[in-house]
Design a binder for this molecule. Structure first.
Ligand code: ZN
Length: 477
């Protein structure tokens, strides 16, 4: 028995950890403990940014298909995808890819697909695959668990014990991206899904939160349910969850304070460290990471020495300037604010070069991407107006205390820890932060979803319009 495994977009994802349990064969094939042979075919990953160039996508698609073709015949295929890929000329990358894989292996070979919950689910994604399993947690600390589920279900299909059917229901809304941790509305949606999934005959009931920053026809949430062949049951489940989300949509309206207000709140907190995260410049959502809105608010607050630290602003030129001047020098910097009109003006200031590092660290246990190695290029720690500022040569959201520790900063001694990111940091700071304050401003990942101009959206979506109707059996787009 053999199946091919394809991973795209989230190449660092832990699905491949399963392969480590297998034994490497001379052929490159690895034999699992269930009499199966796993054939990894392709892995690719990138921090999100702009639209994928058509040629780049075509090359990756060809590599993926060639990898599977070389492994044929296979008993099943597991695709580990993101779900919100957009390439020039291909608005639905994952749907296009899944359909191509289906065409290659034929109708009789089961295909399971696991996704990031920020995927934008399409008809093509549903129709090409037998199983569609988005992760359930944000921070996405359950990638591995979903991979295990997918493998087990795929095996069941291969053995003939399962013939799944999948229903999907999209919602005409573009909510900002919200964590699934307790106290937030997505946790309640997960509870609704969990109750429905406990019914006999339901294999999985989940929802894609969607990725509203993509300018496509329907970058919206979608509920997906798979049953053991009962299409009506699957449809009832997705309808119920979708209706629940729709009736609670006001809970998806952001209420973040601006940076100056968030900084003041954090500095007046009884106990630190309080994490203040810059939602609008989240490199995990594709932004340049050189926004200065939060850093400027921090400097304007004029905090005492040793109370505030910040990581990390992406400015390779300033890191190079620090390298040339050396540790112990004071340099005049024009920091950040260079990559677009939403990033804020550069910070013009004198900066003391405290240390310079190679920018390499490993995510800590319990963090998102636990155990994954990061390399943000050369980095430095500057002290600007008594604030410790970590500068990187690449854009990346902050997942845990690693980037601070690398530069000799123990965040537990600080009152305010300012970072770039939306929600993934919540896993790594779970036991560190005494409080979390998300702030929003203008920026390419602002929670003010309605502020973006759109060319490709089809139909009416809340909160762009409050007049949108939802109900009955009609899907959007
Ligand atoms: Zn995600």
């Amino acid at each position: 028995m053999a199946w091919g495994i394809v991973s795209a977009c989230h190449g660092r994802s832990p699905y491949f950890r399963q392969l480590e349990h297998g034994r490497q064969q001379k052929t490159g094939r690895r034999r699992g403990g269930t009499g199966t042979t796993l054939i990894p075919t392709y892995v690719g990953q990138a921090t999100p940014s702009g639209t994928i160039e058509a040629g780049a996508y075509a090359a990756m698609k060809q590599d993926i298909l060639e990898g599977i073709r070389a492994a044929l015949p296979v008993d099943g295929v597991l695709l580990a995808l993101h779900g919100a890929g957009v390439a020039d000329g291909t608005e639905d990358v994952e749907g296009d890819l899944a359909l191509a894989v289906r065409a290659l292996v034929g109708p009789g070979v089961p295909i399971a697909a696991v996704y990031d919950l920020h995927g934008n689910m399409t008809d093509a994604m549903r129709d090409a695959c037998d199983l569609t399993l988005p992760c359930k947690l944000y921070p996405h600390t359950d990638f591995h668990d979903r991979g295990v589920e997918a493998v087990e279900l795929l095996l069941e299909m291969i053995r003939g014990g399962l013939t799944p059917v999948t229903a999907m229901r999209r919602l005409p809304m573009l909510p900002y991206i919200v964590t699934t941790q307790d106290g937030f509305i997505p946790a309640e949606v997960n509870d609704v899904c969990r109750k429905l999934a406990a019914q006999p005959g339901v294999i999985d009931c989940s929802w894609f939160h969607g990725f509203p920053y993509a300018d496509i026809a329907a970058p919206c949430p979608a509920v997906v349910c798979t049953t053991t062949g009962d299409a009506a049951l699957a449809q009832r489940c997705v309808d119920e969850v979708a209706q629940w989300i729709w009736s609670h949509r006001e809970a998806f309206r952001p209420t973040f304070p601006p940076p100056a207000q968030g900084v003041a709140l954090a500095l007046s907190a009884a106990e630190g460290p309080v994490v203040v995260n810059e939602y609008a410049d989240n490199p995990g959502g594709g932004t340049p990471g050189d926004g200065t809105h939060l850093l400027r608010a921090l400097l304007d607050a004029n905090p005492p020495a040793g109370t505030c630290c910040f990581a990390s602003i992406n400015d390779a030129a300033v890191v190079a300037q620090a390298q040339r001047a050396g540790v112990g020098a004071t340099i005049r910097v024009s920091l950040g604010g260079k990559q677009g009109r939403f990033q804020g003006a550069p910070i013009e200031a004198d900066a003391y070069v405290k240390c310079i590092t190679d920018g390499r660290f490993v995510n800590r246990p319990g963090s998102m991407f636990e155990g994954v190695r990061f390399d943000l290029g050369a980095m430095c720690r500057l002290i600007i107006q008594r604030v410790d500022v970590i500068v990187a040569s690449r854009a990346e959201q902050i997942f845990d205390v690693g980037p601070f520790v690398l530069h000799g900063v123990d965040v537990t001694g600080y009152k305010l820890v300012a970072i770039k990111g939306a929600n993934h940091f919540r896993a790594g700071y779970r036991t560190v932060a005494k409080g979390i304050i998300s702030v929003d401003s203008e920026g390419l990942s602002t929670a003010a979803i309605a502020s973006f101009p759109r060319e490709r959206l089809v139909g009416e979506f809340w909160p762009l319009s409050d007049e949108v109707q939802f109900g009955g059996g009609a899907d959007v787009a």
